[in-house]
Design a binder for this molecule. Structure first.
Ligand SMILES: NC(=O)c1ccc[n+]([C@@H]2O[C@H](COP(=O)([O-])OP(=O)(O)OC[C@H]3O[C@@H](n4cnc5c(N)ncnc54)[C@H](OP(=O)(O)O)[C@@H]3O)[C@@H](O)[C@H]2O)c1
Length: 294
């Protein structure tokens, strides 16, 4: 099939591009600056999802669209939090319009666990509203809502390292917030499978890894992988909010108010939908095995 990966030059997109090429698909990577990391064998197209005219021609002749465009929720966006709505919601609208106008029927949307139009952060709200546009479209859509994704090139583990240096590290609520990290290659297999069967059309999948881990545990694992240790001390959520509101104004500090808010909610699946792809948790890569700290 002819497949366009919008935002395909990023972390997940690069793995997905390789997987789709391996499976014999013709892949076009569309982003603002698809550069050197795009796997050999893929076509590239330059466009910005916030500007419809810059992307629509890349949809001509395609059978499938994956929308992988991202603005990281882990850091405060340079252009302000409204950027999440611009990129994730309005960018999705532009992709849907381009798909409909060019007769591309299959649309796969990378959303995020907890996506909710009324959710607590700009990212989560924009993701939730984007999902609404996808469901309202006439396309054959599938929505994926992964928890945090790890693997070479991902930012979840480097973010955790930045947040919790070796020694003593304060975390809001003692780092009790739980995540369900999924290995990028496991996720990408499911993303690639999803276009090979009609059974996935009209489905929204919550996808998590094999374990639910507290942030404090993730911090200890990433430090152990470097032969280091970290002692997590608890900062009350209320104090952390004040501290992080101030810290968010300091360049280089990774968190602002939205990042603090996102630490108040677990990022775990209610039912892990990996079963829709014939998988069980034992089939998935654990964070500790990836880090080599069994
Ligand atoms: N990584 C995770 O842990 C995680 C967890 C849950 C959900 N997700 C979702 O999975 C998807 C992929 O995430 P990722 O981690 O691979 O993101 P990423 O590494 O940040 O890649 C983002 C991609 O979007 C492109 N992009 C950004 N702004 C654009 C614009 N205005 N127009 C066109 N392209 C644009 C970037 O390329 P250019 O800069 O060249 O434009 C890049 O190809 C996203 O929808 C994300 O929300 C990720």
């Amino acid at each position: 099939m002819n497949v366009v990966l919008v935002g395909g030059s990023g972390f997940i997109g690069t793995y997905l591009c390789e997987e789709l090429l391996d499976r014999g698909h013709d892949v076009t990577v569309l982003s603002r600056s698809p550069g050197g990391d795009v796997p050999a064998g893929a076509e590239t197209a330059m466009g910005d999802v916030t500007a419809y005219d810059s992307i629509e021609s890349a949809f001509e002749g395609q059978d499938v669209v994956y929308n992988l465009v991202a603005l990281s929720p882990l850091f405060e966006p340079k252009g302000g939090n409204e950027m999440h709505d611009r990129l994730h919601r309005r960018g999705t609208e532009n992709c849907l319009r381009a798909a409909e106008e060019h007769g591309v029927e299959r649309f796969v949307q990378l959303s995020a666990l907890g996506a909710d139009p009324e959710g607590p952060t700009h990212y989560i709200r924009a993701k939730g509203r984007a999902e609404g546009h996808v469901r309202d479209s006439d396309l054959d859509w599938t929505i994926f809502r992964p928890s945090v994704v790890f693997g070479d090139g991902g930012e979840f583990l480097s973010f955790t390292r930045k947040l919790t240096p070796p020694g003593v590290a304060p975390l809001p609520g003692g780092g009790k917030t739980r995540f369900q990290p999924i290995y990028v290659e496991d996720l990408v297999d499911m993303l690639a499978d999803s276009i090979e069967s009609e059974t996935h059309v009209g489905e929204t999948y919550e996808i998590g890894g094999p374990e639910q881990l507290e942030l404090a545990t993730v911090a200890r694992l990433v430090r152990a992988a470097r032969g280091q240790s970290v002692k997590i001390v608890s900062v009350p959520m209320s104090l952390a909010e004040v501290g992080l509101r101030v810290a968010g104004a300091i360049p280089g500090f990774p968190m602002g108010p939205d990042q603090y808010r996102s630490l108040q909610f677990d990022n775990t699946t209610s039912e892990n939908d990996i079963s829709a792809f014939g998988l069980e948790t034992d089939d998935l890569t654990t964070l500790s095995s990836y880090l080599g700290v069994e």
